[in-house]
Design a binder for this molecule. Sequence first.
Ligand code: PLP
Length: 388
Amino acid sequence: MRRIYLDNNATTPVLPEVLEAMRPYFGEHFGNASSIHHHGQETRAAIEQARDSVASLLGCRSREIVFTSGGTESDNLAIAGLASAGDHIITSSIEHHAVLQACKHAEEISCQVTCVPVDGRGLVNPDDVRRALRPNTKLISIMMANNETGALQPVEEIGKIAQEADVFFHVDAVQAAAKVSIDVNRFACDAASISGHKMHAPQGVGALYVRKGAPLRPLFYGGRHERSRRAGTENVPGIVALGKASELAMWSFERGEDKKMSALRDRLEQGILAQAEEAGVNGEGAPRVPNTSNIYFDHIEGEAMVISLDLNGLAVSTGAACSSGAIEPSHVLMAMGLPADRARSSVRFSLGKQNTAEDIDLALALVPEAVARLRELSPRYKKQAFIS
Ligand code: PLP
């Protein structure tokens, strides 16, 4: 059976060029980057080259990049590192759990947290952020692209508000990096998180941009790695991979591949909607990253769709990877005001660089078929058809 993977917001396959770049660092170039001998110098140079590439992707200075183990660590480092007991933090109701739980922990150590709402398109209103400011507000943490809907938040406007109020601004850019261009200076942010495995580098590596001079407290204590901002011997192969994936992302922007991807996504979305009735796009009308489409199929359980499509070789998801399998409807879709049934009937399709037009053709054959089959089995759907 041919398998098609349209769950790239959960994780992406490592690109062959990325694998090639990292491979020597498992073998011949094995040194500890803190060692002063040849082997250490070799890996140190590779790390610094990767740092330059990641910095170019984000539009910052190399010294402002801290390598971490991934998006979750970057988010936690930004929040725990910039806010202290007694401070007020502003975040939004659609953040990833890495941010929401870090904020919950901050509350437990006497921070106050305000969660601003989103509208029906899944967008934060910058005025809500402005209104939420308090004299003790220390940090605003708002994501750039939502992992479930792909909706791009008005981070530039929020950055201005943070700057005017002299408050730190952290952007979770995990689902935006390598999909849309990022310029941390344009966003006036003080910290930004990215994750390797969402951009065709491996799982277990990420980075946090930290503006020069921002007083970041580390999460870990140990050696003076990463200028004392993140103790622990560096994951050299992972870091090299993240650097290579950043370079590839910049090249693909130059070649307009993001536009090609959004054309594929739009064809998938429109093709599905043309063939499946009582379906629609969650977050319709919001600016979005080019790879994500979140569609509800009324009278169907999203989980049943995922299983049915998987049996036919198509991998998709009902929402955030880490909540997959949970019975609770997605907190993002609920925050957007969807009724619980509609939130439960929603499926996320997310493309990656490896996807082709043929993948979309096959998905367009499989999805309407699965919708028809599951509705046939749905007592709710049958009852409604009978009544009307
Ligand atoms: N932030 C967002 C928006 C995400 O989508 C994810 C992962 O799904 C994370 C943070 C966590 O990243 P990681 O899986 O690298 O820990």
